[in-house]
Design a protein around this ligand. Structure first.
Ligand code: DX5
Ligand code: ZN
Length: 218
């Protein structure tokens, strides 16, 4: 699968989201939107009304990462609103299979995210239900944290399980992905790379994406 880059608007200027999306239009494969509820993670960002507004202003497919309690209740709404991908955390979902199916039924790609302390093996049986597996490479909640090297074996293990399954499941990494870490993630088998600080912290976000893509494709 080709390398895909999903810049996280968590590191963008929230007062100018439409402009910030426009800066990466034509270069970014996705726009990663971090929904945080101050319960599942100790930070509060934005919710469905802001995602709906953003969807009207950009043609980049939106990749919603829900770091919220009760994703079973909220996730389908993001898919219905027009998000192209909706990812829920396995630690928060009480009926993950039902919710993943509801996301797909609403026309979006279904994603399942694993916190750093959550092993991947117990979720092998869910691979037929998902279009993307997200291995968190920081504890979720904030941008600009350091990449957790100890997650590299989990990325490799996830790649092996996906290859054994044989279906098309993308493997996303999120947290601390930068020019210093993206090659290791790619070597371990990731193919979708979220980058917040490395893109929106750069003077030229579009060029930062081109540089990250070149490193991941090496
Ligand atoms: C963290 C979020 C990430 C965050 C990544 O909880 O899920 O998407 O924006 O930011 P960086 O790339 O700066 O680590
Ligand atoms: Zn994220």
């Amino acid at each position: 699968m080709a390398v895909q880059i999903s810049p996280s608007i968590l590191s963008a200027d929230f007062a100018r989201l439409a402009d910030e999306a426009a800066r990466v239009e034509g270069v970014a494969d996705w726009l990663h939107v971090d929904v945080m509820d101050n319960h599942f993670v100790p930070n509060l960002t934005l919710g469905l009304p802001v995602v709906e507004a953003l969807l009207k202003t950009t043609s980049i497919p939106v990749d919603c990462h829900l770091m919220i309690e009760d994703p079973d209740r909220w996730a389908p709404g993001y898919a219905e609103a027009g998000a192209s991908s909706v990812t829920i955390h396995v630690e928060a979902a009480k009926a993950a299979v039902r919710t993943l199916r509801a996301i797909r039924a609403a026309g979006a790609r279904s994603g399942l995210a694993l916190n750093p302390a959550t092993p991947v093996d117990p979720y092998e049986d869910l691979l037929p239900e998902i279009d993307m597996l997200l291995v968190m490479t920081v504890e979720p909640g904030f941008g600009g944290q350091s990449f957790l090297d100890i997650m590299l074996p989990k990325i490799s293990r996830a790649r092996a399980l996906i290859d054994k399954f044989g279906g098309e499941v993308w493997l996303q990494v999120d947290g601390g992905v930068s020019a210093q870490t993206i090659e290791r993630c790619a070597e371990a088998g990731a193919d979708v790379f979220v980058a917040g600080n490395a893109v929106y912290g750069a003077d030229d976000p579009a060029q930062a994406i081109r540089d990250l893509r070149a490193l991941a494709e090496k």
